[in-house]
Design a protein around this ligand. Structure first.
Ligand code: ADP
Ligand code: ADP
Length: 789
């Protein structure tokens, strides 16, 4: 078909070429202007729009022209109207939308060499030799081929007279960068692909809804999750939903899986569970490579156990809905980094890169090697090489498998056996979603480690008063998805209560403490450590698990509950966006939580596409605020936006209060737009933890209880002079680490209760670039090289 079309158009092409103005270049033969094309291809995924926004805005900031190629490779093949200029405002109001606003298709013609020749021709004729492809491994494979064949194809096109010699030399190489977007997280070399976190949100939301009905009717639900070649989504959602059994392709099932499955489900019912959830990955298989379908699983449960069993195939639900905050932020960062990489003088003429997330930082990975790695992973699966598959998925995949297994093992408890250790757990600080998941995981892991867990109620006061209950495997069933703090929490620290606490520990034989909470949880651990000279009974291993919506605890990049709060506030900002649709122009001044920490305001600002976010850590003058008001007026006047969103962190500045900022925008902007004020308040805490918060809670708790037992076994905490035993279990990069609380002191600002240095502050500049025009920079414009992503 393509060949026919090309032959028919041959004469027209020659004519066009003769009439086309010469390629614009300077004297050295370099194109006068850098033109970047961007396309989305393959299966769509949530966050693609945020990537487009990031690419377009950062490219414009850098002085380039940007073009959208509509409908993926189809648009590249058709050229003409399918390659259109992208403007600053063309990416307004798209962040919150699912899928991709420029369309994505699967295109067979592009797989043919002839098709790709046509694509090269269209790009060169449009004066474009910078390309960003956002898609899965198939799309990036196609892009890499295009890159590799480019020089040869230029010669051929020149030979047939379809491009000029000047064009061939001016656009001699294709500068290519890829962004891996796929809900399955199946691309080698990146910790996360764009869209995966949102898919997890959809699966976990669906499973939560099903769990309540399943429990009412004592049903067993079989959930089929997407992933022909990758069990990542299934495994993570099984952990987050406390599923009783999981089938993933990386772990082929034994021949007698039917028996193992039924035995496990029977055990769960015996333990008092009123329902079962079984997660089946699309690509599940047995050790002979036989496909295990969700229907097969359903039949086994129905016929063998005679349970009321239902099958839910989640299907395209997993692809849909609003992108999660993480996907929007990740895609914005990756989009910005793609432009930096394309324009970096050191990258010119180098092999194409894929922007990848590794240990919470963006890196430029070699595209060919990443594709090869992905193919090898798929090949290992086909060969049924389970250890290799698990290994190639990365260390944390293997750890996830182990953690899932431990949390779901069948434990035959022996009432005669006395546990080796007794550990207390309590909350200190404001409630945060995921606190219950921490406690549930501690209890379940403790069962393997011969540890008795005492849950203290009402924070430190409850600890001082000896107010506790013994927690059992059964008592924490169903806690993971629940928000709030079932043990109740209080922000009070241990000051003045050291003696009473020492007394509780001694009287009840508590040998170690795990404190789950915010900045004051950390302070409590420090106080206990410091108080041990006067009260030797305090000399027990103490561990803090950071849990705070504000993410303001030193010693960790993330704290449990912050991702939920971020998603809640992003959802609320989306609603504001919708309410402001229509012909009138409106600006919202919105106050968000976080005390003196600007994490939620900054990340929420990026995720919701806010025009500004004001935080305590970044002091501003009235002049700065005035510049922002003027800038908002320009954007509104030009019609680039119809709604404005200004986010203010609750402790930004006592003089520039939320009301003050509202009044400033309302007064100065009144000719152009109306302004409203909104304080989001505790609604941001959320009602159910996000998949990431559940996952983080589980990992931190598993790591903390293992550390605690190691300390107890090694005799640490035996006296005031024994080795340091008060630590905080945090995640730094991707490592789970136990940092002594005294070491963390250096980076703790005790006046404002925030870390002195905060890793996410580096995104402040990026947040500004994607929200503002170049004219907004009266001074302080950064170069692309120094922009941090
Ligand atoms: P994804 O990018 O989500 O993995 P596909 O595998 O369907 O999705 O690929 C999307 C498109 O990328 C295909 O329709 C085709 O146009 C192109 N493509 C995929 N594989 C190749 C290949 N080996 N060679 C050239 N183009 C390819
Ligand atoms: P792990 O199992 O250790 O979490 P993964 O291989 O799943 O590792 O990698 C996921 C990584 O991506 C996390 O370590 C984290 O850095 C990042 N990540 C994933 N989802 C989120 C999120 N919602 N918020 C912040 N970071 C996230």
């Amino acid at each position: 078909m393509l060949a026919a079309r090309m032959t028919k158009n041959e004469d027209q092409l020659q004519l066009c070429l003769a009439l086309r103005p010469p390629a614009e270049g300077d004297d050295s033969g370099e194109p006068r202007e850098k033109k970047i094309a961007v396309l989305t291809s393959g299966g769509d995924s949530q966050g693609m729009n945020a990537a487009l926004r990031g690419i377009v805005r950062v490219a414009i900031y850098a002085g380039c022209s940007v073009f959208f190629v509509k409908e993926g490779y189809k648009g590249l093949l058709e050229g003409g109207e399918m390659i259109i200029p992208a403007t600053w405002s063309s990416v307004s109001d798209i962040m919150h939308k699912g899928g991709t606003v420029i369309g994505s298709t699967r295109n067979e013609e592009f797989k043919e060499r002839e098709g790709r020749v046509q694509a090269v021709c269209n790009l060169v004729q449009a004066g474009i030799n910078y390309l960003v492809v956002v898609g899965g491994d198939g799309s990036l494979t196609g892009a890499l081929l295009l890159h590799d064949e480019w020089p040869q194809m230029l010669q051929e096109l020149m030979g047939t007279g379809r491009i000029t010699q000047r064009e061939a030399s001016m656009y001699g190489t294709l500068q290519l960068v890829g962004l891996a977007a796929s809900i399955d997280n199946d691309f080698h070399g990146t910790d996360m692909t764009i869209g995966c976190d949102t898919a997890l949100h959809r699966i976990v939301e669906a499973t939560d809804s099903i769990a309540s009905t399943a429990s009412s009717h004592q049903r067993c639900f079989i959930m089929e999750v997407m992933g022909r070649n990758c069990g990542y989504l299934t495994l993570k959602s099984a952990m987050a939903s406390e599923a009783d059994y999981v089938f993933i392709p990386e772990l082929p099932e034994p021949e007698n899986w039917q028996e193992t499955l039924c035995e496990k489900l029977k055990y769960e019912r015996k333990m008092g569970k009123r329902m079962n959830i079984v997660m089946v990955c699309e690509g599940a298989q047995d050790s002979h490579g036989q496909h295990i379908t969700s229907q097969m699983v359903l039949e086994v449960v129905e016929t063998t156990l005679k349970y009321d069993t239902r099958l839910t195939v989640l299907g395209h639900v997993q692809r849909g809905g609003r992108p999660s905050a993480f996907d929007r932020i990740l895609a914005t960062r990756m989009g910005a980094e793609a432009v930096r990489c394309l324009l970096d003088p050191e990258e010119q003429g180098q092999e194409p890169k894929v922007i990848s997330l590794q240990k919470n930082a963006l890196v430029r990975a070699d595209m060919a090697a990443s594709i090869k790695g992905t193919q090898e992973e798929n090949e290992a699966l086909r060969r049924q090489d389970s250890p290799k598959s698990v290994e190639m998925r990365g260390r944390s995949f293997g750890n996830n498998v182990q953690t899932y297994k431990m949390l779901n093992a069948m434990i035959e408890s022996n009432p005669e056996e006395t546990p080796k250790f007794t550990v207390g757990v309590l909350h200190v600080g404001q409630p945060a979603c995921g606190m219950n998941a921490v406690v549930a995981t501690l209890v379940r892991m403790a069962a393997h480690l011969s540890v008795r867990i005492l849950g203290f109620h009402n924070g430190v006061e409850g600890l001082a008063a000896g107010n506790f209950e013994e927690l059992s495997w059964k008592s924490v069933d169903g806690w993971v998805p629940q928000g709030g703090a079932k043990l109740y929490t209080d922000a009070k620290n241990a000051e003045g209560l050291e003696k009473d606490i020492a007394n509780t520990l001694e009287t009840n034989g508590v040998q170690a403490l795990i404190i789950v909470g915010g900045f004051q949880a950390y302070v409590t651990a420090l106080q206990m450590f410091q108080g041990r000279q006067d009260n030797p009974q305090l000399c027990v291993p103490v561990n803090v698990i950071p849990s705070s919506i504000s993410n303001r605890i030193p010693g960790t990049d993330f704290s449990v509950g912050a991702d939920t709060a971020l998603n809640e506030l992003t959802a609320m900002c989306d609603r504001l966006r919708l309410s402001a649709q229509g012909t009138f122009k409106r600006n919202y001044v919105t106050e968000v939580m976080g005390k003196h920490c600007g994490y939620l305001a900054t990340m929420g600002g990026i995720a919701s596409g806010a025009d500004q976010s004001y935080i305590f850590e970044e002091p501003l003058t009235l002049n700065d605020l005035q510049t922002d008001v003027n800038h908002m007026k320009i954007k509104m006047e030009r019609g680039d936006i119809v709604r404005g969103l200004v986010i203010r962190n609750e402790e930004f500045n006592p003089n520039f209060s939320t009301k003050f900022i509202y009044q400033l925008f309302a007064e100065e902007g009144k000719e152009v737009f109306t302004t409203r004020m909104l304080i989001l308040g505790p609604l941001q805490e959320g009602v159910s933890p996000t998949p990431f918060d559940r996952d983080l809670a589980i990992k931190l708790a598993a790591s903390a209880i293992k550390w605690t037992v190691e300390q107890l076994e090694s005799g640490a905490g035996a006296g005031p002079d024994s080795p340091q035993t008060a630590t905080l279990t945090g995640i730094v990069g991707k490592e789970y680490c136990h940092t002594p609380v005294t070491e963390i002191e250096e980076n703790a600002d005790f006046t404002y209760e925030i870390p002195k240095t905060q890793w996410w502050m580096k995104f402040r500049q990026l947040a500004k670039i994607v929200a503002t025009f170049n004219e907004a920079y009266e001074n302080g414009k950064v170069s692309l090289e120094s922009l941090e992503t």
